[in-house]
Design a protein around this ligand. Structure first.
Ligand code: NAD
Length: 245
């Protein structure tokens, strides 16, 4: 059976997805594999889920805490030794914990910045020299619609995600024309990260399109921006119409 035309286009290219053992990262790894990429599945601690996904999509799994710059340097080396040069890096790893300002601990503040913003910084810094040497590369960072409008009890999370947007827009200018950097800023998506409160009618009745998003819909947006040849510094927020600007 001949492969789909889409798979033929991207065959031989390698994509790294951080935080790929669940949710949006998993759907993104699956979508890129379907598009013909060799996919590096990064997981933090859930090796079983990472390995199972990599087996299923014909990729390879790599454990790494993206908050650790030394570990990320090793990750990029290991991915490129195993799957070849990274053509597309997707900085997706993250977590979400709600806390009112008065009880945001120094530890949570620093961990949030280290994982959400530091993860993008560490991966980008490590992957860019190779992309530059090859004269091509594409990076997609995952922010949040909350970075556009703010949120209650999430100042630490929103600060980090807004910084991801500024970081990505700056690098879009600095790394052009060889390397493109784009941002996907999802609204509420059905993954383990989302509070149950936001799955019910109390929230979905406020969404113009009447429901929360599916991880596959965010994966599609990430693939589109990763491959859009005349687009850099763009922010695309699939959010059901909650944020229109
Ligand atoms: P998820 O919890 O299903 O997936 C997050 C993944 O990141 C997990 O696999 C987790 O293990 C991994 N991760 C966390 N810390 C890590 C670290 N230090 N190193 C490596 N991996 C790490 O949640 P998700 O909804 O799929 O989240 C993916 C991204 O999308 C996150 O950046 C999140 O902030 C963002 N986002 C999610 C939503 C939503 O509603 N689900 C909305 C906007 C933005």
């Amino acid at each position: 059976m001949s492969p789909p035309a889409e798979a033929a286009v991207a065959r031989g290219r390698t994509a790294l997805v951080t935080g790929a053992s669940s949710g949006i990262g998993r759907a993104t790894a699956e979508r890129f594999a379907a598009a013909g990429y060799r996919v590096a599945v990064n997981y933090a601690t859930n090796a079983a889920a990472g390995e199972a996904l990599a087996d299923r999509i014909g990729g390879a799994a790599f454990g790494c805490d993206v908050a650790d710059p030394v570990a990320v340097e090793r990750l990029i080396g290991a991915v490129e030794a195993t799957l070849g040069p990274i053509d597309v890096a997707i900085c997706n790893a993250g977590f979400y914990e709600e806390r009112p300002l008065g009880v945001i601990s120094d530890e949570l503040w620093e961990r949030t910045l280290r994982v959400l913003l530091g993860g993008c910084f560490h991966v980008t810094r490590a992957v860019v020299p190779g992309m530059r040497a090859r004269g091509a590369g594409s990076i997609v960072t995952v922010a949040s619609e909350l970075a556009l409008v703010g949120g209650v009890n999430v100042a630490h999370y929103v600060a980090a995600k807004a910084a991801v947007i500024g970081f990505s827009r700056s690098l879009a200018r600095e790394l052009a024309p060889a390397i493109r950097v784009n941002i996907v800023a999802p609204g509420a998506v059905d993954t383990p990260l989302l509070p149950d409160r936001d799955r019910g009618p109390g929230y979905t009745s406020t969404v113009p399109l009447g429901r929360i998003g599916r991880p596959e819909e965010i994966a599609e947006a990430i693939l589109h921006l990763a491959e859009a040849p005349w687009t850099t510094g763009a922010l695309y927020s699939p959010n059901g119409g909650v944020v229109i600007q």
